[in-house]
Every structure is written in structure tokens, then in C-alpha cells.
Design a protein. Structure first.
Length: 644
């Protein structure tokens, strides 16, 4: 199938725009890749320090045999359920590396915070910038410059983008990302959301609320809703940075262990090879068949990550995000990831792609299914195959494997064992097993993607519409302006917001929550606002949220114009809005407007961020250490970068 003309045009536009920065990046990559091997270029004392703590056999391999050495960068901690399984990975990786005549060292750990733990607290104001801290920590780990390849161990929200940004600074290294997989399904996500809404109304107490949450988040593994963490995994598959089909395989089993070993084989250029059923060129077997692969010492070289992540790979990730109704956070994170590879994308590119890319999945919060049900229905393999077959993804891209992105249309399984260990097999994802969860391009849930660009006299913003009821895509109602999410919650709890809705002709309210951007307070997620606003919407009121902050990747059914740029703290238009101003949030026409006479709006003064709020934002929970990041942060549309 020929590439869709819009995808081709958008990619060409990105490529032309990025020409100077991409060329400079590739030149940097070439310079790093032409140096002598690390053992030869390092001083004796440097080398001795690097190997002093490892077993003698590994030391001999590195120093004398010049064996390949893998740098492991891990985001392990047991505060994150998704990262708890990573504890055992380094030992397994080292064992597999030794089998292949190589070595592996834990180059470093990166911090990994859980937004679920910090949601609604002061700690959440460190969350967005933790991505850049992770990127810097990754760079520190790899700056020992002892490595011939790298494995990135991480799953969740800011962690994968941070690892990816950091890895791209060492773009000359072959690099494979290694996830852990989702926890088993617990309390259904819709039931959890129902209990949260009941709690917001005071209908259930803390005991019932805690019981529901503990049933939802109950074991090691990624949370099962399709938020930022699981969107990360979809995007990595679409970019060819995983072992194929690894994203949503459950943690702790033999298949997950073997896929982790396969990541070692892949990054060393010794992936398991096709043993039967293939054409002489090494192409995949026909759709529907299984392909058994056996370990071999001969394989295609794993390409450097800086070559893999080009304009086409970035567009493939954007398409996969839109086709699955993924997290709005990636309209910030993937802008930053692209920039780390010298590629410049913006929200116009996302919007143009969203106009043509069909929505193929309904996974919570866009539907009732969780990611385990999505995987059982066909998962990433089915989505990528459909997008490739319909011309929405570039097929002529590099991946960490030798057979290209078509490999990622298949699902892995174990089929017995051999003298070298378990055998892996990949089979075609086949047709959807449940078309209420995932559908082919021929019969999508929607002909366009799940994200829309909004713009007007309130600035530029994005809205996720894949979970918003069709009759809520246009909201026009008087504004209530809040300087914090706590103020909005207080207004809801006293019944004030409901009275606001009842007392105007629109029977609704547009809640404006400002001073939530990167420069103001680090741009926290405002997920705590979803239950009260959903309660008002459930009562028939027409409500929307407009904010320069973020919403969680799990938010959805309440229309929310988020990431408003420029932010209020930088003098953006949200700083001029007053209570009672009528605001239009129109996801159909792509408009974000305050309906005030042009002359009056131009003359209206811009509010300044209250001194007590500014002071509070910078004190406690380590926020003092992030002052420089807040001061230098770019806009949300520019990736909220603090390092440029």
C-alpha cells in the first residue's frame, strides 16, 4: 500500500523544517561513531576504575578480549508497580550477555516517580521536569563512555521519554528499550471511576474508596488503563525500539524473561533468526503463519538509535498515538523526544495527522476495556499491521531488528526449547478478537484521530475527544476562574459550581484553572478535577475545563482544553479572563475563544500571578531545586524543554 498522501506531506514538511538541526545531530553522531573502541581510547586508570567492581571473567573479556559491553540504565524502584519487576533484570541480562561472549554493567539508575502517588499533591509539581532529570541522569550513566550498546529499563509516564531523550544524546549506540508489562486486570476501570465520582459527591467514604483503589492497583506491573505509561509502550513498538510484541506481555513469566534475553541478543546484533518458512531475502512468513526462531551467533547489526529515530519514526509514533486515542501528555513529550534527535515537530503536525488517521481502539478511558483485553483482542501487532496496510505508517524505516517494522505486526510466544534455551515464535496478530476494543481501518471507531488542536484569542491548546461524548464537543458557557485546583474542588464541595450551572441560560460552566503551566509551577496533572466535573456533566450540565496545566493520560470524558500556550504566568491570555466571560470550547471547528468584544479584550489588563501563589509554588517537597527549570522552561507546544 502506498503511503497516504497526507502522511507523506507532513513528513516532508517536518523533514524540511528540521534540516539544519537534524544535519547537526547526525554529524555529532558520526563523530562519536568513528572513535576508537572505548578500551583503546581510555587511559589505564580510567579503565581500571571502570572494571574494578566486576567479576574477573568479565574484567578479562573487557580488558583483554575487547568483548562488547552493554550499559544498563534502569529506572527500577518498588514505589512504581510497573518498575518493581525490573529488579531482577540486570542479573538476567548479564547472564545472557555472558552466554554470547559479552558483558553488561549497570551504568546507572534514574529517578522514577509515580504520578498516581503524587496526584493532587505538591510532589506532582516535580513530575513534568522529572523527565528532564531522567534524561540528564541517563546521560550521566552513559557518560562513562565504556559501552558498545545500551538497554533502557523503564515503563512509565516521564520515564520512557526521559530515557529516550538521554539515549539520543548517545545516538551512536545501539539501544533497545525493555519494558515489564501490565499487572493482571483488577477492578474494572469504569467501576473505579464510578466509585471516585461517588466519593466526590460524599456518597461513599474513605473505606469504600480505598477498597476500590486497592482492587484496581493490586500487583506488580503497569496500571491497566491506557494512560501515558501504556501509550509509551505503543509508541516504542511503532518506532521499532522494542523486541517486537514486548509491550503488553505480563511480568514474571517465562515469556517475559525470554523477551528480556532477546533484548540482549538484539542489541548485540545476534537476534534469534528465522529457521523456516521464509523467503530467501529473510522476509516474514505469510500472514497467519507462525515463525519459529532459534538463537544463532550470526545476525544483523543493531542500528544506532540515532539513525533509527528519524522523521519517519517520529511520524509513525504520532500516528500510533492518534490511532489508539493515547495520552495527551505525548503532545509535550514527543515534541521533546523529536528535538533530542534534531527533529522539530509541533501541534499543527499532530492536528493534520489527526484529521486523516482513523481511531482504531477503545481502551479505557476511551472505552471500557483495559490493556490486557486490548492485547487479547489483537494488541499492538494488529494496530501496526492495519496502519501499515492502509498507508498510514512508513514501512521503509529502520528498527532494532533486521526485518523492519513488519516484525512488529506479530505477537511473541514460547514453543518448546532447544539446547540454548526456550524457543521464541512470532505469529500474525490475525483479525480482531473483539471489535468493541480494536477494529480494522475499514471500520474504525472514528475516521479521525482522538486529538484536536484548538486555537483562538485564548491561545493554542489541545483537547482529547476520543472519550468525550459527541454532544459535548462544543461547550459555550460562562467562565469561573480559579487560581488553583484546590479552589475549584472547594467550589464544587460547597455546591457553588452546581449553582453556577443552574443560574445561567447555558446550564453550564467553563472552569478556567490558570497558573498551572511549566513556568508557573511545573505544569502538574490536574486529574483530581475529573471526578467532580464528571459529576456535574452526569447531572446534565454542560461543563468544560480550560487550563495551562496538564490532565492525566487517564482523563477523557469531560471536554478539557489543556496545555494552553502561552501560559498565564508568561502573560498569556488566560491571565485576562474574568468570571462570567463566555468561553467557547469547540472541538469541531478547532476554536478556543473568549466571547468578549475585540476592543475590550485588547484593553483589558493582564493579571499577575499572585505573590502568595508564586511563593508557595517554589517552596517545599524539593521544589526549590527546580527553580531554574521553571524559569527556563519553553512552552508546552515546544515540549516544555528546560535544557535548551
Amino acid at each position: 500500500m502506498a503511503l497516504h498522501s497526507a502522511v507523506s506531506d507532513i513528513t516532508a514538511r517536518i523533514s524540511e523544517r528540521s534540516r539544519p538541526t537534524r544535519s547537526a545531530y547526525l554529524e555529532q553522531l558520526r563523530a562519536a561513531s568513528t572513535r576508537a573502541p572505548s578500551v583503546d581510547r581510555m587511559g589505564c586508570a580510567n579503565l581500571a576504575h571502570a572494571v574494578a567492581g566486576i567479576p574477573l571473567d568479565d574484567r578479562f573479556k573487557i580488558v583483554t578480549q575487547h568483548a562488547p559491553n552493554i550499559g544498563i540504565v534502569t529506572a527500577y524502584n518498588d514505589m512504581l508497580s510497573a518498575h518493581a519487576p525490573l529488579q531482577s533484570y540486570p542479573a538476567l541480562i548479564k547472564d545472557e550477555a555472558r552466554k554470547l561472549g559479552a558483558t553488561a554493567q549497570v551504568a546507572g539508575g534514574v529517578p522514577a516517580m509515580c504520578d498516581g502517588v503524587t496526584q493532587g499533591t505538591s510532589g506532582m509539581e516535580l513530575s513534568l521536569f522529572s523527565r528532564d532529570v531522567i534524561a540528564m541522569a541517563t546521560a550521566v550513566a552513559l557518560s562513562h563512555d565504556m559501552f558498545d550498546a545500551a538497554l533502557m529499563l523503564g515503563v512509565c509516564d516521564k520515564i520512557v521519554p526521559g530515557l529516550l531523550i538521554g539515549a539520543l544524546q548517545f545516538g551512536h549506540l545501539p539501544t533497545v528499550f525493555v519494558p515489564a508489562g501490565p499487572m493482571p486486570s483488577g477492578l474494572p476501570n469504569k467501576e473505579k471511576a464510578r466509585v471516585r465520582e461517588q466519593a466526590a459527591q460524599g456518597l461513599v467514604g474513605r473505606e469504600a474508596m480505598l477498597e476500590a483503589e486497592l482492587k484496581s492497583y493490586h500487583s506488580p506491573g503497569t496500571c491497566t488503563f491506557y494512560g501515558t505509561a501504556n501509550s509509551n509502550q505503543m509508541l516504542l513498538e511503532a518506532m521499532g525500539l522494542h523486541v517486537p510484541g514486548t509491550a503488553f506481555v505480563a511480568p514474571g513469566g517465562a515469556l517475559r524473561d525470554e523477551l528480556t534475553r532477546e533484548a540482549v541478543r538484539t542489541v548485540l546484533g545476534k537476534p534469534t533468526q528465522f529457521s523456516a518458512g521464509l523467503a530467501s531475502e529473510g522476509k516474514l512468513a505469510p500472514s497467519g503463519g507462525s515463525v519459529v526462531r532459534e538463537a544463532t551467533s550470526v545476525g544483523a547489526k543493531c542500528r544506532p538509535i540515532g539513525q533509527i529515530v528519524d522523521e519517519r519514526a517520529i511520524v509513525n509514533a504520532m500516528v500510533a498515538l492518534l490511532a489508539t486515542g493515547g495520552s495527551t501528555n505525548h503532545l509535550i513529550h514527543w515534541v521533546a523526544v523529536a528535538r533530542a534527535a534534531g527533529i522539530v515537530i509541533d501541534w499543527n503536525d499532530f492536528s493534520a495527522l489527526s484529521d486523516v488517521v482513523p481511531l482504531l481502539t477503545h481502551v479505557y478511558p476511551n472505552g471500557s476495556a483495559d490493556v490486557n483485553q486490548f492485547q487479547a483482542a489483537g494488541g499492538t501487532g494488529l494496530v501496526i499491521r492495519e496502519l501499515l496496510d492502509a498507508g498510514f505508517m512508513h514501512e521503509d524505516v529502520l528498527t532494532v531488528r533486521e526485518c523492519g517494522i513488519r516484525e512488529y505486526t506479530r505477537e511473541p510466544a514460547l514453543v518448546g526449547s532447544s539446547s540454548s534455551g526456550s524457543l521464541l515464535a512470532w505469529h500474525d496478530a490475525g483479525d480482531s478478537k473483539d471489535d468493541t476494543i480494536v477494529r480494522p481501518v475499514a471500520s474504525p471507531f472514528s475516521p479521525s484521530g482522538g486529538l484536536k488542536l484548538l486555537q483562538g484569542n485564548l491561545g493554542r491548546s489541545v483537547i482529547k475527544v476520543s472519550a468525550v461524548p459527541d454532544d459535548r464537543h462544543l461547550i459555550e458557557a460562562p467562565a469561573r476562574v480559579f487560581d488553583s485546583q484546590e479552589a475549584l474542588l472547594a467550589a464544587f464541595n460547597t455546591g457553588e459550581l452546581e449553582r453556577n450551572c443552574e443560574e445561567n441560560a447555558a446550564r453550564g460552566v467553563v472552569c478556567v484553572v490558570r497558573w498551572q503551566g511549566p513556568q508557573a509551577n511545573g505544569m502538574p496533572e490536574l486529574h483530581k478535577l475529573t471526578p467532580p466535573l464528571a459529576v456535574l456533566q452526569g447531572k446534565g450540565f454542560r461543563v468544560a475545563l480550560v487550563t495551562d496545566g496538564r490532565m492525566s493520560g487517564a482523563s477523557g470524558k469531560v471536554p478539557a482544553a489543556i496545555h494552553v500556550s502561552p501560559e498565564a504566568a508568561a502573560g498569556g491570555p488566560l491571565a485576562k479572563v474574568r468570571d462570567g466571560d463566555v468561553i467557547r470550547v469547540d472541538a469541531v471547528a478547532g476554536e478556543l475563544l473568549v466571547l468578549v468584544l475585540e476592543a475590550e479584550w485588547a484593553a483589558r489588563p493582564v493579571d499577575l500571578m499572585p505573590d502568595d501563589l508564586r511563593q508557595r509554588n517554589g517552596i517545599g517537597m524539593g521544589r526549590e531545586l527546580f527553580t531554574g527549570m521553571r524559569r527556563h522552561a519553553l512552552t508546552a507546544e515546544e515540549g516544555a524543554l528546560s535544557w535548551m
